[in-house]
Design a protein around this ligand. Structure first.
Ligand code: KDG
Length: 313
């Protein structure tokens, strides 16, 4: 396995019309979750990804597992839970700059994930363990599952890549979110915060200071995402900024960060320089925003290369 990830995927319902969702009566049904968005992104680029999760023993759970498996992700570590349902989320596209997300996931099958669902050999077989800040927010057992996975990854020298993915609606308080996210960031080798997430975790600082705070906290590589501008990278030895690509219209921004993470993981798997890795990640993040759905815009390698050639930075 090139990368293993752990987390919840949900049925995603989006109104077929833009504007206030209260007036919508027709919805499209897709599937999405930050972790499978990344796993599918990596798989589409030609690498092997595995997903650890739980789904309900229901129609949505069955369709979701087949969808993720159909995309080529290994689902051998996905358990079916007869006691809990598959989670749902709605994405309301009010206007280009106003996209809202509503969760119906409390008590879902995936929130019952626990340390006993983490298979040591499976995690040890991966080159990268991808962790998001969403999974530990879902429940205490999910938090323990993440801790267990990190312990196995460290034992077997699997590189840990952490995307804070702060979802305030999932946390009981900002203090709790900060405490858990910084604790996990401290265990990670590579962290991928957005600038607003760095601000949430550390308060108002400049980019260099954010990077040194993450490095003092334990990370070796910090990639700070600056939205449509691009991203900066920092290690103890080097730093730089890589601009993103100019696109005419954003159709749906949700999932761009996961596309970015898939680009980072694939670049690192190919031993590209950080600069080339981030250029690829920027391209994939931009491409995801051009299509409705979290994973539908994720490119194959050749498509991504064509986009890079044809699009201005
Ligand atoms: O990054 C996109 C995710 O936020 C979306 O797919 C849904 O996983 C999701 C979540 O928990 O918000």
């Amino acid at each position: 396995m090139d990368v293993v990830t752990i987390g919840e995927t949900m049925a995603l319902l989006t109104p077929e019309t833009t504007g206030k969702m209260r007036y919508a009566s027709h919805f499209s049904r897709k599937f999405a979750g930050a972790e499978t968005n990344v796993a599918i992104g990596v798989t589409r680029l030609g690498f092997q990804a595995g997903w650890i999760s739980r789904v309900g023993e229901d129609e949505l759970g069955k369709a979701m597992s087949s969808f993720v498996r159909g995309e080529g992700v290994d689902t051998s570590q996905v358990k079916t839970d007869s006691q809990a349902q598959t989670g749902l989320y709605f994405k309301e596209l009010r206007r280009e700059q106003d996209v809202r997300v509503y969760y119906y996931r409390a008590g879902s099958a995936a929130s019952k994930l626990g340390p006993e669902d983490m298979e040591e050999d499976y995690i040890a077989s991966a080159k990268y363990l991808h962790i998001t800040g969403i999974t530990p927010a879902l429940s205490e057992t999910c938090y323990q599952a993440v801790r267990q996975a990190i312990e196995y990854a460290k034992k077997h020298k699997v590189t840990i890549i952490f995307d804070p993915n702060i979802r305030e609606k999932l946390w009981e308080s900002k203090e709790k979110a900060k405490q858990v996210l910084l604790e996990i960031a401290a265990e990670a080798d590579i962290v991928l915060p957005g600038v607003s997430e760095a601000k949430y975790l550390f308060g108002e600082h400049d980019l260099e200071r954010y990077a040194s705070l993450f490095i003092e906290n334990g990370a070796e590589v910090v990639i700070l995402k600056e939205g449509s501008k691009g991203a900066s990278y920092f290690t103890k030895e080097e730093h730089g900024f890589v601009p993103s690509y100019q696109i005419d219209r954003v159709v749906d921004p949700i999932g761009a960060g996961d596309g970015f993470a898939a680009g980072v993981i694939s670049g690192l798997l190919e031993n590209l320089s950080l600069e080339k890795t981030i250029a690829r990640a920027n391209a994939i993040g931009a491409m995801v925003t051009m299509v409705n759905g979290d994973v539908e815009g994720l490119p194959e390698m050749e498509e991504m290369e064509r986009f890079v050639q044809d699009t201005k930075e």
